[in-house]
Design a protein around this ligand. Structure first.
Ligand code: GLA
Length: 383
């Protein structure tokens, strides 16, 4: 988290106000359960200490000015403006802001004006859900009284902003983790019902590391929507033979009804990944961290071979991570096609791990990876 005192100084310099409020919205990592939130599966994400901070001064006149430090750019508009959303090839950060405010307006929330300065230590567009963090942050700032007591509606509204106005057909996992995060706990979320349970994220002698491949995720949006359509197509066929209510709960034996290889692979990943989440939670609860780590690596192999959302860079990170003596599991996290991996590494070997993986990765890809120690934190909040 960026130091709030620093942001406050910048705010005073830019907007001249001293009496401000500060907010923080975290990024998230998903431990396991990838690409199955939109198929009724279980997922196991956690909010992290990297995120987006905001310093806010409420205004009485309905004008909103937001300065994004990372882009050295300010946007301004009136809460009464009519926002226009068009499908575009690239998304600007302000689209997430306006999309979220539009959902609040649709819900009948009376919006007020505000001057806001935002700063982030979350690597943007790297698969740690910077967009969901921004949506949840904006929703929380403008409707705090309601959302501080109603975290699941916050997640659902932020998801609606992304689906309806930004145009990405995302699942609920990211917004849910950011809204409901709890320090030192992962969230076991049943995406079919939105029931959830906090699971202590105690990795014993191991450290959870986040590794940013710095490979841009340019394909992620289009391929994401493509995977969703393939899963819908697979389920349409399978539901003629199987009583399951969603793809993740189809019986493995029914996979034989899928003649198309691609649909078979997508369905197989969905069904088995869902099972892996259940085994992984059991392992975590029993303190079997090595078994948990192994499931992470199995998840990656399935995402690469069957779901086909990995890529050379993420595979290189997982390859060299799992070849390091002291790393018990690694996988890509998030939508894939670039972005981040996670790895579980023996605490006293993390420095050597970073040196080794960093060197091998640069040799193979000419890119430089960034490493972060993952600290699991509370969800979006006022500071
Ligand atoms: C993105 C989406 C999530 C989820 C993951 C893949 O982060 O926003 O809903 O589908 O990809 O697990």
């Amino acid at each position: 988290m960026i130091q709030t005192s620093k942001l406050k100084q910048e705010f005073i310099h830019r907007y001249g106000e001293l009496e401000v409020e500060a907010y923080f919205s975290p990024g998230r990592v998903n431990l396991i359960g990838e690409h199955i939130d939109y198929n009724g599966g279980f997922v196991l994400p956690a909010a992290i200490s990297l995120g987006i901070s905001a310093v806010v001064k409420r205004r009485e006149d309905g004008i909103v000015r937001i300065y994004a430090r990372e882009f050295s750019e300010e946007i301004s508009f009136s809460v009464n403006d009519f926002f226009l959303f068009q499908q575009k090839s690239t998304t600007h950060w302000s689209d997430y802001v306006k999309a979220t405010l539009q959902v609040l307006k649709d819900n009948g929330v009376q919006l007020h004006g505000a001057d806001i300065l935002i700063g982030s230590d979350l690597p943007l567009g790297s698969g740690l859900s910077s967009s969901a963090a921004l949506e949840c942050l904006i929703a929380f700032i403008f409707n705090e009284d309601f959302y501080s007591q109603n975290r699941t509606p916050l997640a659902l509204d932020a998801q609606t902003a992304e689906r309806k106005y930004v145009g990405v057909n995302c699942g609920i996992m990211d917004q849910f983790a950011i809204a409901n995060g709890k320090k030192d706990h992962a969230i076991l979320l049943n995406c079919a019902t939105l029931d959830y349970e906090y699971i202590p994220a105690d990795f014993k002698d191991y450290q959870l590391l986040i590794i940013n491949s710095n490979k841009s995720r340019s394909l992620a949006e289009s391929k994401y929507n493509e995977r969703r359509s393939e899963c819908d197509a697979a389920f349409e066929i399978l539901s003629k033979f199987d009583i399951a209510e969603d793809l993740c709960h189809v019986h493995e034996i029914s996979l034989g009804y899928l003649e198309d290889d691609t649909l078979y692979q997508r369905a197989k990943h969905s069904i088995l990944e869902n099972k892996r989440v259940i085994y992984a939670v059991e392992a975590l609860k029993n303190g079997s961290i090595e078994a948990f780590g192994q499931l992470l690596t199995e998840s990656h192999i399935s995402l690469d071979a069957d779901y086909e959302v990995s890529g050379h860079e993420l595979n290189m990170i997982v390859h060299y991570s799992t070849h390091f003596d002291g790393c018990i599991g690694a996988r890509m996290t998030g939508a894939g096609f670039g972005g981040c991996c996670i790895a579980l590494v023996e605490k006293d070997k993390t420095e050597r791990f970073i040196t080794y993986v960093s060197k091998k990765y640069s040799e193979k890809t000419s890119l430089k990876a960034d490493f972060y120690v993952a600290e699991i934190e509370d969800g979006v909040r006022k500071l």
